[in-house]
Design a binder for this molecule. Structure first.
Ligand SMILES: [Zn+2]
Length: 417
Protein backbone atom coordinates (compact mmCIF):
# COMPACT_ATOMS: atom_id res chain seq x y z
CA UNK A 1 0.00 0.00 0.00
CA UNK A 2 1.34 3.42 -0.88
CA UNK A 3 1.78 6.06 1.83
CA UNK A 4 -0.49 8.38 -0.12
CA UNK A 5 -3.54 6.23 0.45
CA UNK A 6 -3.13 6.47 4.18
CA UNK A 7 -3.66 10.20 4.05
CA UNK A 8 -7.38 9.52 3.83
CA UNK A 9 -9.16 9.82 7.15
CA UNK A 10 -11.75 8.05 9.25
CA UNK A 11 -14.61 10.29 10.41
CA UNK A 12 -17.51 9.38 12.67
CA UNK A 13 -21.20 9.78 11.86
CA UNK A 14 -23.23 8.94 14.94
CA UNK A 15 -26.70 7.47 14.40
CA UNK A 16 -27.91 7.20 18.01
CA UNK A 17 -30.64 9.77 17.36
CA UNK A 18 -31.90 7.81 14.35
CA UNK A 19 -31.05 4.08 14.47
CA UNK A 20 -30.78 4.19 18.29
CA UNK A 21 -34.22 5.66 18.84
CA UNK A 22 -35.98 3.46 16.30
CA UNK A 23 -35.01 0.44 18.41
CA UNK A 24 -37.87 -1.64 19.76
CA UNK A 25 -38.80 -0.74 23.38
CA UNK A 26 -36.32 2.15 23.48
CA UNK A 27 -36.66 5.85 22.79
CA UNK A 28 -35.51 9.31 23.79
CA UNK A 29 -37.35 12.52 24.58
CA UNK A 30 -36.59 15.39 22.18
CA UNK A 31 -34.67 17.16 24.98
CA UNK A 32 -32.54 14.03 25.47
CA UNK A 33 -31.84 13.85 21.73
CA UNK A 34 -30.76 17.49 21.91
CA UNK A 35 -28.39 16.83 24.83
CA UNK A 36 -26.89 13.94 22.85
CA UNK A 37 -26.26 16.24 19.87
CA UNK A 38 -24.53 18.71 22.22
CA UNK A 39 -22.37 15.96 23.77
CA UNK A 40 -21.51 14.42 20.36
CA UNK A 41 -20.39 17.85 19.18
CA UNK A 42 -18.21 18.26 22.29
CA UNK A 43 -16.72 14.85 21.52
CA UNK A 44 -15.69 15.95 18.02
CA UNK A 45 -18.04 13.69 16.07
CA UNK A 46 -18.24 14.82 12.42
CA UNK A 47 -21.98 14.40 11.95
CA UNK A 48 -25.05 13.40 13.93
CA UNK A 49 -27.87 11.69 12.08
CA UNK A 50 -30.26 13.55 14.33
CA UNK A 51 -33.69 12.43 13.26
CA UNK A 52 -36.47 12.04 10.75
CA UNK A 53 -37.19 15.45 9.18
CA UNK A 54 -40.39 14.30 7.45
CA UNK A 55 -42.14 13.11 10.65
CA UNK A 56 -44.34 15.85 12.05
CA UNK A 57 -43.65 15.17 15.72
CA UNK A 58 -39.91 15.81 15.17
CA UNK A 59 -40.19 19.08 13.26
CA UNK A 60 -39.92 21.43 16.29
CA UNK A 61 -36.97 19.45 17.63
CA UNK A 62 -35.25 19.39 14.23
CA UNK A 63 -35.67 23.13 13.63
CA UNK A 64 -34.67 24.09 17.19
CA UNK A 65 -31.48 22.01 16.88
CA UNK A 66 -30.68 23.60 13.51
CA UNK A 67 -31.15 26.95 15.26
CA UNK A 68 -28.72 25.88 18.01
CA UNK A 69 -26.26 24.99 15.25
CA UNK A 70 -26.66 28.44 13.70
CA UNK A 71 -26.12 30.04 17.11
CA UNK A 72 -22.86 28.10 17.45
CA UNK A 73 -24.09 25.94 20.36
CA UNK A 74 -23.83 22.80 18.20
CA UNK A 75 -20.82 23.59 16.04
CA UNK A 76 -18.92 22.45 13.97
CA UNK A 77 -20.75 19.09 13.97
CA UNK A 78 -23.17 18.62 11.07
CA UNK A 79 -26.77 17.78 11.78
CA UNK A 80 -28.13 15.46 9.11
CA UNK A 81 -31.57 13.98 8.66
CA UNK A 82 -32.45 10.48 7.48
CA UNK A 83 -35.12 10.08 4.83
CA UNK A 84 -36.42 7.21 2.67
CA UNK A 85 -36.14 7.68 -1.11
CA UNK A 86 -39.75 8.65 -1.51
CA UNK A 87 -40.39 11.95 -3.34
CA UNK A 88 -43.10 13.11 -0.94
CA UNK A 89 -40.95 12.50 2.14
CA UNK A 90 -37.93 14.24 0.57
CA UNK A 91 -40.15 17.24 -0.22
CA UNK A 92 -41.59 17.28 3.30
CA UNK A 93 -38.11 17.10 4.83
CA UNK A 94 -37.09 20.35 3.15
CA UNK A 95 -40.49 22.04 3.30
CA UNK A 96 -40.93 21.48 7.03
CA UNK A 97 -37.35 22.07 8.20
CA UNK A 98 -34.25 24.12 7.44
CA UNK A 99 -32.25 20.97 6.82
CA UNK A 100 -28.93 21.26 4.94
CA UNK A 101 -27.63 17.70 5.14
CA UNK A 102 -29.54 14.53 4.38
CA UNK A 103 -29.02 10.80 3.91
CA UNK A 104 -31.46 9.13 1.53
CA UNK A 105 -32.12 5.43 1.88
CA UNK A 106 -33.41 2.57 -0.29
CA UNK A 107 -32.95 -1.20 -0.32
CA UNK A 108 -30.59 -2.62 -2.94
CA UNK A 109 -30.55 -6.40 -2.37
CA UNK A 110 -32.69 -8.78 -4.43
CA UNK A 111 -34.15 -10.11 -1.18
CA UNK A 112 -35.41 -6.71 -0.06
CA UNK A 113 -36.41 -5.39 -3.49
CA UNK A 114 -38.57 -8.47 -4.00
CA UNK A 115 -39.51 -8.97 -0.37
CA UNK A 116 -40.49 -5.37 0.36
CA UNK A 117 -41.85 -4.06 -2.95
CA UNK A 118 -43.53 -7.42 -3.71
CA UNK A 119 -43.04 -7.10 -7.47
CA UNK A 120 -44.30 -3.50 -7.66
CA UNK A 121 -40.74 -2.20 -8.18
CA UNK A 122 -37.72 -3.84 -9.73
CA UNK A 123 -34.07 -2.91 -9.37
CA UNK A 124 -34.19 -0.55 -12.36
CA UNK A 125 -37.01 1.29 -10.57
CA UNK A 126 -34.82 1.47 -7.48
CA UNK A 127 -32.12 3.26 -9.49
CA UNK A 128 -34.71 5.69 -10.86
CA UNK A 129 -36.08 6.39 -7.37
CA UNK A 130 -32.55 7.07 -6.16
CA UNK A 131 -31.87 9.56 -8.99
CA UNK A 132 -35.20 11.33 -8.48
CA UNK A 133 -34.76 11.65 -4.70
CA UNK A 134 -31.18 12.80 -5.04
CA UNK A 135 -32.08 15.44 -7.61
CA UNK A 136 -35.06 16.58 -5.57
CA UNK A 137 -32.97 16.98 -2.40
CA UNK A 138 -30.34 19.02 -4.26
CA UNK A 139 -33.00 21.14 -5.93
CA UNK A 140 -34.54 21.87 -2.51
CA UNK A 141 -31.25 23.12 -1.11
CA UNK A 142 -29.40 20.12 0.31
CA UNK A 143 -25.69 20.94 0.65
CA UNK A 144 -24.65 17.34 1.16
CA UNK A 145 -26.52 14.17 0.28
CA UNK A 146 -25.48 10.72 1.41
CA UNK A 147 -26.95 7.84 -0.55
CA UNK A 148 -27.66 4.73 1.51
CA UNK A 149 -27.73 1.22 0.08
CA UNK A 150 -29.84 -0.69 2.60
CA UNK A 151 -28.82 -4.35 2.81
CA UNK A 152 -25.67 -3.63 0.77
CA UNK A 153 -23.97 -6.67 2.31
CA UNK A 154 -26.52 -8.96 0.61
CA UNK A 155 -26.38 -7.05 -2.69
CA UNK A 156 -24.31 -8.40 -5.62
CA UNK A 157 -21.15 -6.48 -6.56
CA UNK A 158 -22.28 -5.47 -10.06
CA UNK A 159 -25.49 -3.85 -8.95
CA UNK A 160 -23.88 -2.17 -5.95
CA UNK A 161 -21.15 -0.65 -8.15
CA UNK A 162 -23.80 0.56 -10.59
CA UNK A 163 -25.88 2.03 -7.77
CA UNK A 164 -22.89 3.86 -6.21
CA UNK A 165 -21.58 5.09 -9.59
CA UNK A 166 -25.00 6.46 -10.49
CA UNK A 167 -25.21 8.18 -7.09
CA UNK A 168 -21.82 9.79 -7.72
CA UNK A 169 -22.80 10.83 -11.24
CA UNK A 170 -25.89 12.61 -9.90
CA UNK A 171 -23.93 14.48 -7.23
CA UNK A 172 -24.05 12.33 -4.07
CA UNK A 173 -21.53 13.40 -1.42
CA UNK A 174 -21.08 9.91 0.03
CA UNK A 175 -22.19 6.33 -0.41
CA UNK A 176 -23.39 4.44 2.68
CA UNK A 177 -22.67 0.71 2.73
CA UNK A 178 -25.29 -0.72 5.10
CA UNK A 179 -24.70 -4.11 6.64
CA UNK A 180 -28.32 -3.94 7.71
CA UNK A 181 -28.55 -7.50 9.02
CA UNK A 182 -25.02 -7.76 10.42
CA UNK A 183 -24.24 -10.36 7.74
CA UNK A 184 -20.67 -9.27 6.93
CA UNK A 185 -17.53 -10.40 8.68
CA UNK A 186 -14.40 -8.22 8.95
CA UNK A 187 -12.76 -10.01 5.98
CA UNK A 188 -15.76 -9.74 3.63
CA UNK A 189 -16.48 -6.10 4.43
CA UNK A 190 -12.82 -5.13 4.01
CA UNK A 191 -12.84 -6.60 0.49
CA UNK A 192 -16.14 -5.02 -0.50
CA UNK A 193 -15.32 -1.55 0.82
CA UNK A 194 -11.94 -1.63 -0.92
CA UNK A 195 -13.53 -2.82 -4.16
CA UNK A 196 -16.20 -0.08 -4.04
CA UNK A 197 -13.60 2.59 -3.24
CA UNK A 198 -11.47 1.51 -6.21
CA UNK A 199 -14.37 1.08 -8.62
CA UNK A 200 -16.37 4.19 -7.70
CA UNK A 201 -13.95 6.56 -5.94
CA UNK A 202 -16.61 8.13 -3.72
CA UNK A 203 -16.21 8.48 0.11
CA UNK A 204 -17.84 5.51 1.86
CA UNK A 205 -19.87 5.36 5.05
CA UNK A 206 -19.72 2.05 6.88
CA UNK A 207 -22.94 1.13 8.70
CA UNK A 208 -22.81 -2.12 10.68
CA UNK A 209 -25.18 -4.06 12.89
CA UNK A 210 -24.26 -6.47 15.64
CA UNK A 211 -26.35 -9.55 14.87
CA UNK A 212 -23.22 -11.73 14.78
CA UNK A 213 -21.38 -9.74 17.46
CA UNK A 214 -19.00 -8.19 14.92
CA UNK A 215 -20.37 -4.65 14.41
CA UNK A 216 -17.25 -2.89 15.74
CA UNK A 217 -14.83 -5.30 14.04
CA UNK A 218 -16.68 -4.95 10.73
CA UNK A 219 -16.80 -1.16 11.05
CA UNK A 220 -13.06 -0.75 11.45
CA UNK A 221 -12.33 -3.42 8.81
CA UNK A 222 -14.67 -1.69 6.36
CA UNK A 223 -13.04 1.66 7.10
CA UNK A 224 -9.61 0.13 6.49
CA UNK A 225 -10.85 -1.27 3.18
CA UNK A 226 -12.20 2.13 2.07
CA UNK A 227 -8.93 3.87 2.94
CA UNK A 228 -6.78 1.17 1.32
CA UNK A 229 -9.00 1.67 -1.74
CA UNK A 230 -8.19 5.39 -1.72
CA UNK A 231 -11.17 7.26 -0.24
CA UNK A 232 -12.17 8.93 3.04
CA UNK A 233 -14.49 6.90 5.21
CA UNK A 234 -17.20 7.61 7.76
CA UNK A 235 -18.03 4.98 10.38
CA UNK A 236 -21.61 5.00 11.65
CA UNK A 237 -21.64 4.61 15.43
CA UNK A 238 -24.21 4.57 18.23
CA UNK A 239 -23.60 5.44 21.88
CA UNK A 240 -23.37 2.26 23.98
CA UNK A 241 -24.10 0.31 20.79
CA UNK A 242 -27.82 1.16 20.93
CA UNK A 243 -29.67 0.19 17.77
CA UNK A 244 -32.13 -2.21 16.27
CA UNK A 245 -32.08 -5.84 17.47
CA UNK A 246 -28.51 -6.56 18.72
CA UNK A 247 -27.52 -2.93 18.11
CA UNK A 248 -25.07 -0.85 16.06
CA UNK A 249 -21.31 -0.31 16.36
CA UNK A 250 -20.54 1.18 19.78
CA UNK A 251 -19.08 4.70 19.57
CA UNK A 252 -16.44 4.35 22.31
CA UNK A 253 -15.33 0.87 21.13
CA UNK A 254 -14.88 2.12 17.56
CA UNK A 255 -12.68 5.02 18.72
CA UNK A 256 -10.61 2.72 20.95
CA UNK A 257 -10.25 0.12 18.19
CA UNK A 258 -8.86 2.73 15.78
CA UNK A 259 -6.61 4.40 18.35
CA UNK A 260 -5.34 1.35 20.24
CA UNK A 261 -5.43 -1.85 18.16
CA UNK A 262 -2.15 -3.26 16.89
CA UNK A 263 -2.97 -3.03 13.19
CA UNK A 264 -4.68 0.36 13.09
CA UNK A 265 -3.10 2.77 15.55
CA UNK A 266 -0.51 5.06 14.01
CA UNK A 267 -1.36 3.66 10.56
CA UNK A 268 -4.85 4.99 9.97
CA UNK A 269 -5.88 8.54 10.80
CA UNK A 270 -8.93 9.17 12.93
CA UNK A 271 -10.48 12.65 12.65
CA UNK A 272 -8.25 14.74 14.97
CA UNK A 273 -11.27 16.44 16.48
CA UNK A 274 -12.33 13.27 18.31
CA UNK A 275 -11.98 13.80 22.07
CA UNK A 276 -12.02 10.42 23.82
CA UNK A 277 -12.06 12.09 27.25
CA UNK A 278 -15.80 12.75 26.73
CA UNK A 279 -16.50 9.00 26.58
CA UNK A 280 -17.45 8.52 30.22
CA UNK A 281 -19.88 11.43 30.26
CA UNK A 282 -21.68 10.58 27.02
CA UNK A 283 -21.98 6.86 27.83
CA UNK A 284 -23.40 7.59 31.29
CA UNK A 285 -25.87 10.12 29.94
CA UNK A 286 -27.12 7.84 27.13
CA UNK A 287 -27.52 5.01 29.62
CA UNK A 288 -29.64 7.26 31.87
CA UNK A 289 -31.64 8.73 29.00
CA UNK A 290 -32.43 5.35 27.38
CA UNK A 291 -32.98 3.73 30.79
CA UNK A 292 -30.56 0.95 29.83
CA UNK A 293 -27.79 0.21 32.39
CA UNK A 294 -24.24 -0.17 31.06
CA UNK A 295 -23.10 -3.81 31.18
CA UNK A 296 -20.43 -4.33 33.88
CA UNK A 297 -17.96 -5.39 31.16
CA UNK A 298 -18.82 -2.61 28.64
CA UNK A 299 -15.72 -1.61 26.67
CA UNK A 300 -13.94 1.35 28.31
CA UNK A 301 -16.89 2.61 30.34
CA UNK A 302 -18.19 -0.52 32.14
CA UNK A 303 -17.62 -0.79 35.89
CA UNK A 304 -15.15 -3.64 35.40
CA UNK A 305 -13.23 -2.13 32.47
CA UNK A 306 -10.39 -1.19 34.84
CA UNK A 307 -11.11 -3.50 37.79
CA UNK A 308 -8.64 -6.18 38.94
CA UNK A 309 -9.15 -8.77 41.66
CA UNK A 310 -7.17 -11.93 41.07
CA UNK A 311 -3.77 -11.94 42.81
CA UNK A 312 -1.49 -11.96 39.80
CA UNK A 313 -3.49 -9.39 37.84
CA UNK A 314 -3.94 -6.98 40.77
CA UNK A 315 -0.26 -7.22 41.68
CA UNK A 316 0.76 -6.74 38.05
CA UNK A 317 -1.55 -3.76 37.49
CA UNK A 318 -0.32 -2.09 40.67
CA UNK A 319 3.34 -2.50 39.70
CA UNK A 320 2.83 -1.12 36.21
CA UNK A 321 -0.62 -0.34 34.81
CA UNK A 322 0.59 -1.39 31.35
CA UNK A 323 0.90 -4.98 32.57
CA UNK A 324 -2.87 -5.47 32.45
CA UNK A 325 -4.38 -2.29 31.03
CA UNK A 326 -4.19 -1.54 27.32
CA UNK A 327 -5.12 2.12 27.80
CA UNK A 328 -5.62 4.52 30.71
CA UNK A 329 -8.97 5.23 32.33
CA UNK A 330 -8.06 8.94 32.45
CA UNK A 331 -8.12 8.98 28.62
CA UNK A 332 -11.83 8.15 28.75
CA UNK A 333 -12.62 10.85 31.28
CA UNK A 334 -12.75 8.41 34.20
CA UNK A 335 -11.08 8.71 37.57
CA UNK A 336 -12.57 12.01 38.73
CA UNK A 337 -14.46 11.68 42.01
CA UNK A 338 -18.22 12.00 41.48
CA UNK A 339 -20.33 13.65 44.16
CA UNK A 340 -23.25 11.45 45.16
CA UNK A 341 -25.76 13.03 47.54
CA UNK A 342 -26.49 10.61 50.37
CA UNK A 343 -28.70 12.91 52.43
CA UNK A 344 -31.56 15.18 51.42
CA UNK A 345 -32.13 15.56 47.70
CA UNK A 346 -34.36 17.98 45.83
CA UNK A 347 -35.11 16.87 42.26
CA UNK A 348 -36.91 18.69 39.47
CA UNK A 349 -39.99 17.07 37.95
CA UNK A 350 -43.30 18.08 36.42
CA UNK A 351 -44.89 18.89 39.79
CA UNK A 352 -41.89 20.81 41.16
CA UNK A 353 -42.44 24.08 43.01
CA UNK A 354 -40.48 27.33 42.88
CA UNK A 355 -38.66 26.97 46.25
CA UNK A 356 -37.21 23.53 45.57
CA UNK A 357 -36.47 24.57 42.01
CA UNK A 358 -34.47 27.63 43.09
CA UNK A 359 -32.57 25.46 45.57
CA UNK A 360 -31.54 23.10 42.72
CA UNK A 361 -30.36 25.98 40.51
CA UNK A 362 -28.52 27.63 43.46
CA UNK A 363 -26.49 24.44 43.74
CA UNK A 364 -25.68 24.68 40.02
CA UNK A 365 -24.62 28.30 40.68
CA UNK A 366 -27.13 29.63 38.17
CA UNK A 367 -28.86 32.84 39.20
CA UNK A 368 -32.09 34.23 37.82
CA UNK A 369 -32.64 37.97 37.26
CA UNK A 370 -35.95 37.93 39.09
CA UNK A 371 -38.89 35.76 40.16
CA UNK A 372 -40.50 36.12 36.77
CA UNK A 373 -37.52 34.56 35.00
CA UNK A 374 -37.28 31.76 37.58
CA UNK A 375 -40.98 30.96 37.12
CA UNK A 376 -40.57 30.86 33.34
CA UNK A 377 -37.66 28.41 33.55
CA UNK A 378 -39.52 26.31 36.13
CA UNK A 379 -42.44 26.02 33.72
CA UNK A 380 -40.10 24.78 30.99
CA UNK A 381 -38.46 22.31 33.38
CA UNK A 382 -41.90 20.92 34.25
CA UNK A 383 -42.70 20.39 30.58
CA UNK A 384 -39.27 18.83 30.03
CA UNK A 385 -40.06 16.32 32.75
CA UNK A 386 -43.42 15.52 31.15
CA UNK A 387 -41.29 14.30 28.21
CA UNK A 388 -38.45 12.57 30.05
CA UNK A 389 -40.39 11.17 33.04
CA UNK A 390 -37.26 11.07 35.19
CA UNK A 391 -35.49 13.69 37.29
CA UNK A 392 -33.79 16.25 35.04
CA UNK A 393 -29.99 16.06 35.00
CA UNK A 394 -27.77 19.04 35.81
CA UNK A 395 -26.81 19.36 32.15
CA UNK A 396 -30.47 19.36 31.10
CA UNK A 397 -31.31 22.01 33.71
CA UNK A 398 -28.37 24.15 32.62
CA UNK A 399 -29.43 23.83 28.97
CA UNK A 400 -33.00 24.92 29.72
CA UNK A 401 -31.77 27.95 31.67
CA UNK A 402 -29.24 28.93 28.99
CA UNK A 403 -31.49 28.46 25.93
CA UNK A 404 -35.11 28.84 27.07
CA UNK A 405 -36.41 29.78 23.60
CA UNK A 406 -34.93 26.71 21.92
CA UNK A 407 -35.97 24.52 24.87
CA UNK A 408 -39.54 25.75 24.46
CA UNK A 409 -39.50 24.74 20.78
CA UNK A 410 -37.98 21.35 21.53
CA UNK A 411 -40.77 20.68 24.04
CA UNK A 412 -43.50 21.68 21.60
CA UNK A 413 -45.17 18.56 20.25
CA UNK A 414 -48.59 19.39 18.89
CA UNK A 415 -50.54 16.91 16.77
CA UNK A 416 -51.75 18.53 13.54
CA UNK A 417 -55.17 16.92 13.69
ZN1 LIG B 1 -29.11 0.51 10.74
Amino acid sequence: MSEGKRKNKIYLVDVTNRDGVQTSRLGLAKLEKTMINIFLNEMGVFQSEFGFPYTHHEISYINANLELAEMGVIKPMRLEGWCPMIQREVENSFKLTKLKHVNLSISTSKQMTLGKFQGRKNREDVLKMMIQSLEKAKELGAETVGVNAEDASRTDDDYLIRFARTAKEYGATRFRYCDTLGYDDPFSIYQRAKMLAEEVNLPIEIHCHNDLGMAVACSVAGAKGAIDGGVDTYINTAINGMGERAGNADLVSVILAIKKSSGLHDKYILDERIDLSRAWKIAKYASYAFGVPLPINQVGVGENAFAHESGIHADGALKDRRNYELYDYEELGRGEPELVETGRQITVGEYAGIKGFRNVYDKLEIEFKNDEEATKILELARYANVHTQKPLTNDELKFIAAYPEQARKILTVTPLR
